[in-house]
Design a protein around this ligand. Structure first.
Ligand code: PLP
Length: 394
């Protein structure tokens, strides 16, 4: 038996290694507190679960779903975008529900990348942009996201020979892992850049609803001309605490949406219909849960940022997203720092280098940690700093 090179040469997904280490520690009876994965700890709101249960009892939802989903779901997505961002989409040609944004992002590579093509991807970035590109036989070109540029890519610095082979530009704001945000000026500039260089843009925006201090992130689709060259991935995972149900959507350019529809109808058999009804309820029902969750995350954000700065990790308060991007002390790599915390105090943070070369020097902490554990984790970090003071000079 031979495993294909495209899989053999692929590293396991970032969180697989971290989850394994946590399981090993827990099996030894050790306490582990995780600021790792961005997976909301607050349950899915009850009205959404109620609708899911009702729909699960209906036998008409026990059969294969249509691969482009229920028309009512596509309509609900279009109405949500209209209400939230003031943009209208045709539910028939410009909206496609997904089995989570991750599924659509991975399949997008097969739609827009031929072998030898380049996809421009953020570094640090959500790993699926580059992995999808490689699985499709393409090559990622990593655009550094650095603090000096507010973690926005410097599009003008991309070399001409790269642009000649590039077909796709990936963007993601509010950003994972840096927590950075982008405004419409940046998106307008990105659309112009794509038009000048014959690129399509895939914007990934699952965190537009997770925002603090009254800040309201924009949608890439609000940029002038975005619909002519781009699409936006979105998700119910983070807005409605539905990571476990696997449901997301993509909206925008009808030719790009149609390409994804073709890929998906050949490769998957759609989203379980009961989950589609739950998604309709989420998008059209009461929206108070979003604000309630954000109040909780904001409180956690402030607690974490305060402790991190006190123990010598430079961290700014993100305006949006579920993540704090913290600069680690001198003398560590992001991996050695994360390992030290895990081994010495049983606290998990994600090493920045896992998101790309430019993530080195940082760790990411997620706000999706229950309050009690958060308190314990922060107390452990503060204590760790005291034991470390002589060695690190912190
Ligand atoms: C930037 C980004 N895009 C997409 C996803 C995946 O979302 P979904 O749960 O809808 O697959 C995540 C999940 O963490 C993410 O951080």
């Amino acid at each position: 038996m031979r495993i294909a090179k495209r899989i053999k040469n692929l590293s396991p997904y970032l969180f697989v290694g971290i989850t394994k280490k946590i399981a090993e520690k827990k099996a030894k009876g050790e306490e582990v507190i995780s600021f790792g994965i961005g997976d909301p700890d607050i349950p899915t709101p009850p009205h959404i679960i109620e609708r899911l249960c009702q729909a699960a009892h209906d036998p008409s939802n026990h059969r294969y779903p249509e691969s482009d989903s229920l028309p009512q779901l596509r309509q609900a997505v279009a109405e949500w975008y209209e209400r939230r961002f003031g943009i209208s989409f045709s539910p028939d040609t410009e909206v496609l529900p997904l089995i989570g944004a991750k599924e659509g992002i991975a399949h997008a590579a097969f739609c827009f990348i031929d072998p030898g093509d380049i996809a421009l991807v953020p570094d640090p970035g959500y790993p699926v942009y580059s992995v999808g590109t490689m699985l499709a036989g393409g090559e990622p070109y990593y655009m550094p996201l650095i603090k000096k540029n507010n973690f926005l890519p410097d599009l003008d610095s991309i070399p001409t020979h790269v642009l000649k082979r590039a077909n796709l530009l990936w963007l993601n704001y509010p950003n994972n892992p840096t927590g950075a945000v982008a405004d419409l000026n940046f998106f307008n500039k990105a659309v112009k850049f794509a038009q000048q260089n014959g690129l399509a843009i895939c914007h990934d925006g699952p965190y537009t609803e997770v925002a603090y201090d009254g800040y309201q992130p924009v949608s890439f689709m609000q940029a002038d001309g975005a619909r002519e060259i781009g699409i936006e991935f979105h998700s119910l995972s983070k807005s409605y605490n539905m990571t476990g149900w696997r449901i997301g959507m993509v909206v925008g350019n009808p030719i790009m949406i149609d390409a994804l529809k073709t890929a998906k109808s050949n490769l998957d058999s759609g989203i379980p219909q009961a989950i589609q009804y739950a998604a309709i309820e989420a998008l059209t029902g009461p929206q108070d849960c979003i604000q309630e969750h954000n109040i909780t995350y904001q409180r956690r954000r402030d607690l974490i940022v305060n402790v991190l700065n006190n123990i010598g990790l430079e961290a700014e308060s993100p305006k949006a997203s579920l993540y704090i991007w913290a600069k680690i002390p001198e003398g560590y790599t992001s991996a050695s720092f994360s390992n030290s915390l895990l081994e010495e105090i049983g606290v998990v943070v994600t090493p920045g280098a896992g998101y790309g070369k430019n993530g080195e020097g940082y760790v990411r902490l997620s706000l999706t940690i229950p309050d009690k554990e958060l308190e314990k984790g922060l107390a452990k970090l503060a204590k760790w700093r005291n034991t470390r003071r002589p060695k690190t000079g912190l």
